[in-house]
Design a protein around this ligand. Structure first.
Ligand SMILES: Nc1ncnc2c1ncn2[C@@H]1O[C@H](COP(=O)(O)OP(=O)(O)O)[C@@H](O)[C@H]1O
Ligand SMILES: [Mg+2]
Length: 296
């Protein structure tokens, strides 16, 4: 069982109706998508522009939307259907979401620590308040916070970056196998993005959690992932190891996504800070290497 892939997505589609009630047509928001996250923990990125079907795919993996066709398996077991379906409690312990807007992830009326305790108790990974406190504190420490530091505070007392780190902590409470993060840094200050992305990497290595990282930003996906799938109009148009894709994009669409990455300013310095450079065609043409331009 431990050798079973974390996740297998096989020929999954999701159709929606487009246009008016009369004469409307069906279109596929997700169209015959397949990919596998192997047993070894890793980051699998899904990259595409707005409307390409990323969130629909994420919601199917999170079992919030049912596929119109195809089959999704978690640790070899089907997400939907009657036979051997994982029950809801077990599913929520195994697979946790991180959403785009951290301010919507928590109740405004509960101190955050209460919310985290409730998560532990509701998922029945803690039996007592004391156990729930321990789990919350451990999760907070893995995002460089602690129960002490958030004690008595409400969401409005945190910055977007801090709150997103707390969302990561909340997701870690049941010690899941898979975290699905849908555009988790697109609402976070640019200066904090890389620290959150780095956190994901640390969690993969130290806690053995796999990530599906969804983004429209190829540069963070390149930096963070073991595998990348490029989505366009509901389809995965290419996939593989990030360096292979970016060094040799076969799709015009991938080249467009690459061209959208700012080649000067903060993005370069962010990547430089963490000791990795981003190879774009323009930088290689200009400098003959994948080093950032000197004026970055
Ligand atoms: N519940 C829904 N009903 C109808 N159309 C939907 C629904 N959810 C998503 N769509 C459509 O599916 C397409 C993909 O959307 P989405 O998965 O949100 O893409 P992305 O996250 O890449 O921006 C869009 O055209 C969107 O309008
Ligand atoms: Mg989306």
């Amino acid at each position: 069982m431990s050798d079973a892939p974390i996740l297998e997505v096989r020929n999954v589609s999701r159709s929606y109706r487009k246009g008016g009630f009369f004469g409307g047509t069906h279109f596929k928001a997700v169209d015959e998508v397949s990919f596998t996250l192997p047993a070894k923990p890793q980051v699998f990125s899904i990259v595409g522009e707005s409307g390409s079907g990323k969130t629909t795919l994420a919601r199917m993996v999170l079992r919030l939307v049912e596929p119109s066709e195809g089959d999704i398996r978690l640790l070899g077991r089907p997400l939907t259907g009657k036979e051997g379906r994982i029950n809801d409690l077990e599913f929520r312990r195994l697979v946790q979401p991180i959403f785009q807007n951290p301010f919507e992830a928590f109740s405004a009326y509960l101190p955050i620590e209460d919310y985290l305790r409730r998560t532990a108790l509701n998922l029945r990974v803690a039996k007592t308040v004391e156990e729930a406190n321990q789990l919350a504190d451990r999760a907070l420490r893995s995002v460089n916070l602690s129960l002490e530091r958030i004690r008595g505070k409400y969401i409005r007392q945190f910055s977007g970056g801090e709150l997103q780190r707390i969302s990561v902590a909340r997701a870690l409470i049941p010690q899941p196998k898979l975290i699905v993060a849908d555009e988790p840094v697109s609402m976070v200050d640019a200066s904090l993005r890389m620290s959150i992305v780095n956190l994901f990497r640390t969690i993969v290595e130290e806690q053995g959690v796999s990530f599906i990282y969804i983004t429209h930003d190829l540069s963070t996906a390149y930096y963070l992932s073991d595998q990348v799938a490029i989505m366009n109009r509901g389809r995965v148009v290419e996939s593989g190891v990030p360096t292979d894709i970016l060094d040799n994009p076969t799709e015009a669409y991938t080249r467009e996504l690459m061209a959208a990455i700012p080649t000067v300013g903060e993005r370069w310095s962010e990547l430089e800070d963490i000791g990795r450079t981003y190879p774009t065609h323009s930088s290689r043409q200009q400098t003959g290497s994948n080093q950032p331009p000197a004026n970055a």
